[in-house]
Design a protein around this ligand. Structure first.
Ligand code: NAD
Ligand code: UD1
Length: 349
């Protein structure tokens, strides 16, 4: 059976991508430490796909473990080898992602994100698995105002989290340069994924307090938080609030499948791709659309700007569109609708 390793596969982006990979017939070896997710999500995937228990066992193998422990990754490769199932590629989602925390605990972030990735790469090399889809971030770009970012734009992350992502991209470039005839690598630079699969059975479910806006909106809509703090209404944008490129999680997940197909069908290369919709929406627009789509109130107050925020962050996604035969389909309204479909049920688990 065609097999893939997915690190961080029970997390937000990982779980939605796993769903599509399973739908495409792949067997998955998922490694996750459950530091920010739970393996319960695998049962949900199985429900969406109508898997019986035998199919579940055949298609999803879960390893609870930290990729900083090389034995775990070796164990996964060995297990697949014993079954004569060569790992075709690794989808590497495992990482810590809070900008705020990364600036307070830099060692934790360098250790988790970079050392974890180094272990993975060493083991991939050892087992001659040289196709990698890496979760990078738009945060690696030097901030610009009122212009979409393209892949050739200057890089210059202003936080530790972003620096770990940039260092990993640099490491990957060096590895590619050392044997360009072998490696196939896609650095996918995500903009702002939100929403959930339309079934409402999976979605973003962080452990502890969320930092990103969408899970906070869900918490406010569920009355777990009294109101949303909107960080600043004095930015140089039409309504004074920051603009982001929100992308439906299923469009982002489809982008991974498209990037994988692209790598498989082309000569070895390393490619950097922005995954966003190319459309900017302000925080106020997001909140108002959420209220309209779901007929629910999301009280908000304006507060001071958040340190490290940028006014405008929107993708020039033309490269991804032209190379991948991929195009984001969903609107902000869809993201809000599907996200709440998950968010309102989540509280019942
Ligand atoms: P997430 O926290 O939901 O998923 C990450 C998963 O990795 C979690 O399940 C977590 O338990 C696991 N994990 C973390 N460190 C690990 C380790 N050392 N070993 C094994 N498992 C580990 O986050 P997400 O939103 O799904 O993000 C996935 C990836 O995409 C991350 O690398 C993140 O930095 C990157 N990214 C996310 C966004 C976003 O807005 N969500 C934007 C840009 C980039
Ligand atoms: C943040 C990170 C980014 C990371 C991404 C995904 C910062 C500065 N950037 O991006 O590096 O890749 O998450 O993990 O942290 N907002 C509010 N109130 C809130 C939360 C957010 O008004 O309670 C606003 C923010 O000011 C921003 C927008 O909502 O304008 C989106 O915020 P967020 O979801 O945190 O994403 P980014 O800031 O784009």
């Amino acid at each position: 059976m065609r097999s893939i390793i997915v690190t961080g596969g029970t997390g937000f982006i990982g779980s939605h991508t796993c769903l599509l990979l399973l739908n495409n017939g792949f067997k998955l070896y998922i490694i996750d430490s459950e530091v920010n997710s739970s393996k319960n999500v695998l049962g949900q995937l199985s429900e969406i796909l109508n898997f019986d228990s035998e199919e579940f066992r055949k298609k999803i193998v879960f390893f609870k473990g930290d990729i900083r422990n090389k034995n775990i990754i070796e164990n996964v490769f060995e297990t697949s080898k014993e079954k004569n199932e060569k790992i075709e590629a690794v989808f590497h989602f495992a990482g810590l992602k809070s900008v705020r925390e990364s600036n307070i605990l830099p060692i934790k972030y360098w250790d988790n994100n970079v050392i974890g990735t180094m272990n993975l790469l060493k083991t991939m090399d050892k087992y001659d698995c040289k196709t990698l889809i890496f979760s990078s971030s738009a945060t690696i770009y030097e901030p610009v105002k009122n212009r979409k970012l393209n892949e050739k734009d200057k890089l210059g992350p202003i936080n530790i989290y972003g620096q770990t992502k940039l260092v990993i991209e640099d490491i990957l470039q060096g590895i590619f340069n050392s044997s360009p005839e072998k490696w196939k690598i896609a650095n996918l630079r995500y903009f702002n994924p939100i929403g959930a699969h339309k079934s409402g059975k999976i979605g973003e479910d962080p452990i502890g307090d969320a930092d990103n806006i969408f899970p906070i909106i869900i918490d406010v809509a569920n009355r777990k938080l009294e109101f949303l703090k909107i960080f600043g209404n004095n930015w140089g944008t039409p309504d004074g609030t920051c603009i982001r490129d929100y992308i439906h999680i299923m469009d982002l997940a489809e982008g991974h499948i498209a990037a994988f197909k692209f790598l498989l069908g082309n000569k070895p290369q390393i490619v950097n791709l922005n995954l966003g919709t190319g459309k900017g929406h302000s925080v106020l627009e997001l909140v108002k659309t959420f209220q309209l789509a779901n007929n629910i109130k999301v009280p908000y107050e304006f507060t001071a700007r958040r340190e490290g925020d940028t006014e405008y962050l929107v993708a020039d996604n033309s490269l991804a569109i032209s190379l991948l035969n991929w195009i984001p389909k969903f609107t902000l309204y869809d993201m809000c609708k599907d996200g709440w479909n998950w968010g309102k049920i989540k509280t019942k688990f």
